[in-house]
Design a protein around this ligand. Structure first.
Ligand code: AMP
Ligand code: ZN
Length: 504
């Protein structure tokens, strides 16, 4: 699509909304910080992952090629990682000792389990799988080599306790987060000194850990500096440059990562390569729940599965697509308040997309004669949705245009002839590619244990047969019966699937 508006995003580095300009025109290469896998990812994490997903979908919608890398942090980093010494307790070790962690043999096993859970949630919310999903533990050699190079070039030094990046050796330190942060860091480190082990041999209080020496750590590797583990910031520098080259087009993450994580990534990467690390930095504002910071203590902390698991398994049985829609319903850069009210509204909207999809499938099968009476209007609405996404991912406006389209399809109802249905189908496919909210991309199977499974499967088979005979009245009646039983039917390329309707 050459005649679209430019794709613009807010660049934290320049404090401006500016056009995304890939180094290689038409090929966006970007990196988004992935989760630390010591527990289930929460809906706040997914708000940030969804920003990356929407950047990817928007770039593809204007015909760009994309190379998207998002990591798994499976090394146990420290609870005080955000201060320069990286002190405190290892998050993986703490998780292993927790009541949920006791079933794991060791931290490796724990990280493997939560990585699997993350991938399940990722698919359930229709997030596109990255081209590369590198794991920190599988890039230890590259991290050690990077530390060696930083020492050789005078950007790092060794002490008895570890290896540190020398902040004064890199002129640009502070360019992402603002220099005033340096003072805060120094103050912060001093205030924390009661709890955090300070290394008295550090040359500058701002210097941050590249390697921690610790022969007792549960995850440790052998290095030129003995047994230990890498500092948290190092993996992203190394893995981003390994898979995307020395200069990325775009780097994304949640707003908490601006400092110190991304500031330190820049210092390490640019000291290694001598080139700008990322041309654009995109940060997602933190999600709040019912107006408050999400926290386990106040009981407003939700993982994806807390909301989407069936009620019989202790979840709330919410449709993962409703959760996706709710999480993207606010623009990524604005404060976002997640509420059960907006989740309920999202569930209703997702149902309207699904109804339109079904109606269109039935009209395509019936293929009634007549002229296309929706194509032009739908195209205009798609254009509106795309323009909104190109304008710094204005998701509320894009979703509003998409809802206008389903209203249009719904309003035509039984008069949806074959030609209109073909336009509507193409439109729904386009909207789905852009926003990922029309249908599940990896449909969840109905639980085999459902007491009504046999009866439901028989009704679905009868509905398919009725559709084949073009007896749409019968097919609709069966769907209504299933609906009354609390069963939701999803038509997918592999045939119909069903599940119990969410009780939002
Ligand atoms: P973590 O697993 O803590 O490394 O976080 C993974 C990603 O989720 C990072 O990009 C974080 O910035 C982001 N994140 C964490 N909490 C929230 C939140 N409440 N809202 C939005 N993003 C978040
Ligand atoms: Zn990172």
């Amino acid at each position: 699509m050459s005649d679209t508006a430019p794709f613009r995003l807010y660049n934290t580095l320049t404090h401006r909304v500016e056009p995304v300009e890939p180094l290689e025109p038409g090929h966006l290469r970007f990196y988004s910080c992935g989760p630390t896998v010591y527990s289930y990812a929460h809906i706040g994490n997914f708000r940030s992952f969804l920003t990356a997903d929407l950047i990817l979908r928007t770039a593809r919608a204007i015909g760009w090629k994309t190379t998207y890398v998002s990591n798994i942090t499976d090394v146990g980093h420290l609870t005080e990682d955000d201060v320069a010494d990286a002190g405190g307790e290892d998050k993986m070790a703490r998780a292993l000792r927790s009541p949920e962690g006791r079933r794991f043999a060791n931290v490796w096993d724990l990280a493997r389990y939560y990585t699997g859970a993350l991938l399940d949630d990722w698919r359930a919310l229709n997030l596109i799988e990255p081209d590369v999903r590198p794991r920190a533990t599988e890039h230890m050699r590259e991290q050690i080599l990077a530390v060696e190079r930083l020492i050789q070039t005078g950007h790092a030094y060794e002490t008895e306790r570890g290896v540190y990046f020398s902040v004064p050796s890199f002129e640009g330190y502070g360019k992402l987060s603002g220099n005033e942060r340096l003072d805060r860091l120094i103050e912060g480190a001093a205030a924390e000194s009661r709890d955090v082990v300070q290394d008295p041999d550090k040359r500058d209080p701002r210097d941050f850990a590249l390697w921690k020496k610790d022969p007792a750590h549960l995850m440790q590797w052998y290095s030129p500096w003995g047994w230990g583990f890498p500092g948290w910031h190092l993996e992203c520098s190394v893995m981003a440059m390994t898979y995307l080259g020395e200069t990325l087009d775009l780097h994304a993450g949640g707003e908490d990562l601006i400092f110190p994580h991304h500031e330190c990534e820049i210092a390490q990467s640019e000291s290694l390569s001598g080139k700008p690390f990322a041309r654009m930095w995109v940060h997602t504002r933190f999600l709040q729940v019912e107006g408050e910071k999400m926290s386990k203590r106040t009981g407003n902390f939700f993982t994806v599965r807390d909301l989407t698991a069936p009620q019989a398994e202790g979840g709330r049985g919410i449709d993962p697509l409703a959760l996706r829609l709710a999480l993207i319903s606010g623009q990524y850069r604005k404060p976002f308040n997640f509420t059960f009210d907006n989740l309920r509204a999202a569930a209703r909207h997702v149902q309207r997309f699904r109804d339109a999809d079904e109606r269109v499938a039935a009209a395509l099968a019936a293929d009634a004669p007549g002229d296309d009476i929706v194509g032009e209007r739908l195209q205009r609405l798609y254009r509106q949705a795309l323009d909104a996404m190109l304008d710094d991912l204005n998701t509320p406006a894009a979703i509003a245009a998409a809802l206008d389209g389903v209203k249009l399809i719904g309003g035509i109802g039984a008069r949806l002839n074959g030609a209109s249905a073909r336009s509507a189908k193409a439109w729904l496919d386009d909207i789905h590619r852009l926003l990922g909210i029309v249908r599940p991309e990896s449909p969840t199977e109905a639980p085999e244990t459902d007491p009504l499974a046999e009866q439901i499967d028989a009704l679905l088979a009868e509905r398919q047969e009725a559709r084949r005979r073009r007896d749409f009245a019968r097919a609709d009646a069966i769907r209504a019966d299933l609906d009354a039983l609390g069963i939701e039917v999803m038509d997918t390329p592999e045939g119909p699937k069903w599940r119990r309707k969410p009780a939002v």
